[in-house]
Ligand binder design. Sequence first.
Ligand SMILES: Cc1cc2nc3c(=O)[nH]c(=O)nc-3n(C[C@H](O)[C@H](O)[C@H](O)COP(=O)(O)OP(=O)(O)OC[C@H]3O[C@@H](n4cnc5c(N)ncnc54)[C@H](O)[C@@H]3O)c2cc1C
Length: 538
Amino acid sequence: MSTSSPGHDAVVVGAGHNGLVAANLLADAGWSVLVVEQQDQVGGAVRSDTEVHPGFVHDTFSAFYPFAAASPVISGLDLEQHGLRWRHPPAPVGHPFPDGGWALVHPDRHDTAAGLDAEHPGDGEAWLDLCRTWDRVGGPLLSAMLDPFPPVRGGARLLSRLPRAGGLHLVRELLTPAATFGASRFGGRGARTLIAGSAGHADIPLDSTGSGAFGLIMTMLAQSVGFPVPEGGAGRLTEAMARRLESRGGRVVLGTEVESVEVRGGRAVAVRTREGERYAARRAVVADVSAPLLYGRLLDPDDLPSRVARGMDSFELDPATVKVDWALSGPIPWASGPAVAPGSFHVGDSLSQLQGSLAEVAAGGVPQRPFLLAGQMTTSDPTRSPAGTESLWAYTHVPQSVGARWSRDDVERFGDRVEERIEELAPGFGSRVLARRVLGPRDLQERNASLVGGAVNGGTSQLHQMLVLRPVPGLGRPETGIGGLYLGSSSAHPSGGVHGAPGANAARAALLHHRLHSPVRAGAGLLARLDRSSAPDG
Ligand SMILES: Cc1cc2nc3c(=O)[nH]c(=O)nc-3n(C[C@H](O)[C@H](O)[C@H](O)COP(=O)(O)OP(=O)(O)OC[C@H]3O[C@@H](n4cnc5c(N)ncnc54)[C@H](O)[C@@H]3O)c2cc1C
């Protein structure tokens, strides 16, 4: 039986961090907001759980939040007032080499420089030079990236700072692929590998444009704001967002799957749930779900503008993911430990091996020696597991076509391969494993329907699907072509990562549209203008 609720100004589909950011901004503007979430917990890909082993907290998906630390949207929410506490690992990121050497980003740039210089004289000064360039352009570069498209204000600030940061030479560098960008500034393997490994957080091949800029942004974020984690687990970040929303009158309903967005006369007017509930939206529906879900499942094909339907025919997901979580009885027994323990680390034998492994996935193969992103969570936040133990994860990618047909056994065998990579660097690692969980592409999607095929980014981050081409050509903004319906997830510009930009952009677009089109407001504005013009001195 279908029931109907009295309605809200806005209904947000999905309580991922972007949905919660949108909901908070709308509630701040005085709107009544309802968030409808399929899972029994808020957070989407920013969640934690305790199912791996008693006493251990694992982040189910994402874990480190440099983008959140640098995001004006997220810091503007003042989440510390709602229970959030950030913790920093001793060092943000490191890269162990098979010969026992390490490349490390230390919290202090001079320490990072000293480490790089010890390995290759001159690289220390080159690192400090890169940091100085970042000091000049990092802020405007980030805001040009996170602002709604086109990024007028951030873009203008960036242009005004460019001349003192290298001008067109820097522009050229930003367009240079990660593999060559590192080599253009550094002689040793340390910084080159750190930049390439950081670029490997996105799915842009290291010999393609975009990877250099991404590698630079990630390494410089590591150096400038660090790789913070929420005390107690990733979920504490989104729980704080939900608490803030509720303190402003917003509401979240959990365990409720939205089945469709109702469109009448070209306008989104309500959402309907699998349980038969209809939630009316007077002003806006914000979809914090991936583009294939919104355009392929929640909307009637007849309601879809033909430009969007055509664009979605060539929409490209990013690769599938396999993530392994371990509860360890002690720290990782490195054959040769780092000078300072990094929260996150990359596993790749060398720059060329790392590059080859990513290229193999892009070409549809499964690497024998996968490149890993990994995180030591108890090292980063001692509350994650009992003293002396470690809560660890690592993940890597496989092609969508392969991940889709893998059985449970295939996923576990690939988990073995991931584990062997760490065992090589830390003999005896396996003997410290108290419990292990391997999440394959299907497991990830079961826990969050937006992670279609285990894609972590809401669609590829390669240049052909970014900016004005995201998620489909012509839709670089949150508007969907359907009145009152906004896409506010990582499938929208500027894509994945926990910075809240797609959610904020969607909320601002909805608020602006309402302001411009509200008859009362427009009438009031007109009256005020008439009033001023009829005043004696007007
Ligand atoms: C394994 C993994 C590791 C990552 N690591 C990092 C990292 O360390 N740092 C970082 O910055 N980023 C990381 N990312 C990327 C980042 O987590 C995501 O880009 C970001 O969280 C996406 O947020 P979102 O709000 O757009 O979507 P999501 O967080 O995916 O939220 C979507 C929500 O919609 C809900 N939903 C879906 N369908 C429906 C429906 N029909 N009805 C109701 N609700 C629905 C889902 O349950 C979910 O809660 C990682 C991602 C993954 C998967």
